[in-house]
Write a protein that binds this ligand. Sequence first.
Ligand SMILES: Cc1cc2nc3c(=O)[nH]c(=O)nc-3n(C[C@H](O)[C@H](O)[C@H](O)COP(=O)(O)OP(=O)(O)OC[C@H]3O[C@@H](n4cnc5c(N)ncnc54)[C@H](O)[C@@H]3O)c2cc1C
Length: 364
Amino acid sequence: MNMMNKPENEKSAVPAETAAPIETDAVIVGAGPVGLFQVFELGLLEIKAHIVDSLPEVGGQCIELYPDKPIYDIPAVPVCTGKELTESLLKQVEPFGASFHLGQEVAVLQKQEDGRFYVETSKGTRFLTKVVIIAAGVGSFQPRTLKVPQIEQFLGTQLFYRVRNPATFHGKNLVIAGGGDSALDWALDFVGKAESVVLVHRRDGFRAAPASVAKMKELCDQLQMQFLVGQLTGFEQSEGRMTEVRVKSLDGLTRRVPLDALLVFFGLSPKLGPIAEWGLALERKQIVVDTEKFETSVPGIFAVGDINLYPGKKKLILSGFHEAALAAFGATRYIFPERKVHLQYTTTSPKLHKILGVESPVFD
Ligand SMILES: Cc1cc2nc3c(=O)[nH]c(=O)nc-3n(C[C@H](O)[C@H](O)[C@H](O)COP(=O)(O)OP(=O)(O)OC[C@H]3O[C@@H](n4cnc5c(N)ncnc54)[C@H](O)[C@@H]3O)c2cc1C
C-alpha cells in the first residue's frame, strides 16, 4: 500500500535493546484512526506521545481492511475512504512531532515503583512513560498462517508471510499462495524479477482487484508465470532446505512444485495477544473503562476505540474520537498533577494556535 503521508519507521544506529529506555509522557498502543487522533488530543494539551503499532503502516482497520471503501459517518466529512481518513489524520497530527514505532507489537507493560510504566515492544524498543493509552482496536493483526505440519521450521528462511525486502526474492523460484490483493500484487510485482513465479489459490475466484486478476491471467497466457488451483498440503526437504511443495488440486491430483521461497498471503486475523496479560479488567476480550476519562482498572492506563467496553459502547470511529479527547484530559492528572487544565477552543485560543503552529486570527 502506498501511503502519501506514511511516517518514517523508527531508524536508529543503536540496537533498541541496548539503548536506554525512551522517557516520555505517553505511549499510545495502536496507530489506528483512534490512536492517531489520540496524538492530536494529547498534543493540544502539550503531552508528548510515542505511538507503536504491530503493523508496518498506520491506519489500523481503515488501511488493513477497507482502504478504498467510502466512509460516510465521519462528522463534517460527507465521504472519505479509509486511506483518505488515515492521510488526513496524519496531516492533522503533524504539528505534534509524535514518534512512530511501526512493525512492532507492544509485548510488555509493567507498573514501576516510581508510578511510571515500563513498556517494551517485540523489537526491544523500551519506554518509561507516565501514562499508557491503549488504542489497540480488535488487537494485533497477525498473518493467518499456513496449516501444513512442520512447515513453520522454514519461517524467515524460505517461508514468509510478509515481504520486507523485495530484492531478496529476485532471481528466485517463488511460490505465492493466496487470492487477495497482497498475493496478486506481489505475484505481478515479481514477474520478470524472480526466476519463476507460481501463484497457488484454492479456487479460481479471487478477492483481489479484478484488474490484477486479469493481468495475472494475461501473464500466465504469455507463460511469464503460472497459476495453480489447489491447496498446499506438504513439502519435500533436503539438507535442511525446502526443495518443493505439494499442491493438491480439486480433482485430487497432487503436483510437486520446486521452489526457493514460499510467500503466503492468507490475510490478517486480529488477536488480543499480550494485552490480555497486563492485569487489566477485561470483559468479552475488551478492556473495561469508565466513561469520564476512559481509564482502565489500572490508574494511568487508558483505553480508547474498539478495544474498550462501557455501557452503550458503539464501535465507531467517531465514538473513539470522543473517547480520545476525554482520555487526554484524564491523562493530565498524571502528567501535570500541579496544573489545573482548562478547556480551550482551537478557534480562539492563542495558546493552542502556538501549539498548532498557526496564526491567531483577528476577530471583530
Ligand atoms: C469493513 C469495515 C468497515 C467499517 N466501516 C466503518 C464506518 O463506515 N464508520 C465507522 O465509524 N467505523 C467503521 N468501521 C469500524 C472502524 O474501522 C473501527 O471502529 C476503527 O478502526 C477503530 O479504530 P481503533 O483505532 O480503535 O482500532 P483499529 O483500527 O483496529 O487499530 C488498532 C491498531 O492497534 C494495533 N495493535 C493492536 N494491539 C497491538 C499491540 N499489542 N502492539 C502494537 N499495536 C497493536 C493494530 O495493529 C491496529 O493497527 C468499519 C470496520 C470494518 C471492518
